[in-house]
Write a protein that binds this ligand. Structure first.
Ligand code: SAM
Length: 279
């Protein structure tokens, strides 16, 4: 049965109407489902953590390939469906909770498998906090393969310092090597979202690209710089009252041979790191 038919059948059987507030757009394109699972390159040595399994479309394929699949789903209605569909798999586990509240380190420790991979068609309303959690908690994971809104993907896979970036671009490039792996039209879902999507894969780095003296200080600086993205970096930092007067910040930039009129998105990760050391 095609994924589209199966999805319609399950939605009918359980009287499911997608909950927009939970970002529910169910994937119904067989090629994209296989595309995601193939690019995640899953083996029996892997624990896969799936965030937001929904009706279980990706889960079904993941269970066939992985050593263990731990699903984290907030919607209670989905829990019943997933249990009915997959309780015969001994490698299936489901947690009914908000992924932002779950202790992922514990899940990883308990599974005790050589590799850990995250796979998800993420709920778009909390893409950034989920990705930040996965990166900042320094989890012992190999890859994160996720479907996100195309516009967000564009920002995430951009090289820092080259254009339309956000604070998250720097975090992504600090902790991982990002790449875009699939483009997905909005017609691949029911209900159809207004936007197109992309699948990106983050390969987690064992050693970060830049050696920050103090990670917390570095990312605080980046977040403050991007809070007022349209301003120059000097003005954004001076307005925060955290880094001294405008003149002091200008002096710090001049010392690093950076144009004092620069905008935050033009700074490289290395330059932010140097700046955070001297401010
Ligand atoms: N994986 C399914 C698919 O591809 O068809 C569903 C993807 S849908 C875009 C996002 C899923 O994330 C929904 O099932 C939704 O209920 C779930 N979700 C939303 N917020 C969540 C949260 N805070 N924690 C865990 N799951 C969440």
């Amino acid at each position: 049965m095609s994924v589209l038919k199966e999805t319609k059948f399950i939605m009918n059987k359980y009287h499911i109407i997608a909950n927009k507030n939970l970002g529910q757009n169910f994937l119904v394109d067989d090629e994209i489902v296989l595309g995601i699972v193939n690019v995640a390159n899953i083996t029996k040595n892997d624990l896969v953590i799936e965030i937001g399994p929904g009706l279980g479309t990706l889960t079904k394929e993941l269970l066939e390939r992985a050593g263990k699949v731990t699903c984290i789903e907030l919607d209670k209605r989905m829990i019943q469906i997933l249990q009915d569909r997959f309780s015969m798999y001994s490698n299936f586990e489901i947690i009914n909770n908000d992924v932002l509240k779950v202790n992922l380190k514990e899940i990883i420790k308990k599974a005790n498998l050589p590799n850990v991979k995250i796979v998800a068609n993420l709920p778009y309303y909390i893409t950034t906090p989920i990705i930040m959690k996965l990166l900042e908690e320094r989890l012992d994971i190999q890859t994160i393969t996720v479907m996100i809104q195309k516009e967000v993907a564009d920002r995430l896979v951009t090289e820092p310092g080259t254009g339309d970036t956000g604070a998250i671009t720097y975090a992504i490039n600090y902790y991982s090597e990002p790449k875009r792996v699939l483009e997905v039209p909005n017609t691949a879902f029911i209900p159809e979202p207004k936007v197109n999507s992309s699948v990106i894969q983050l390969k987690i780095l064992k050693e970060t690209k830049v050696k920050a003296e103090d990670e917390e200080k570095l990312f605080e600086l980046i977040k403050i710089a991007f809070m007022q993205k349209r301003k120059t970096l000097v003005n954004a930092l001076a307005n925060s009252n955290r880094y001294g007067a405008k003149e002091q910040i200008e002096q710090a930039l001049t010392k690093l041979k950076i144009d004092p009129k620069i905008r935050p998105e033009k700074l490289t990760l290395e330059q932010f790191s140097e700046l955070s050391k001297i401010l």
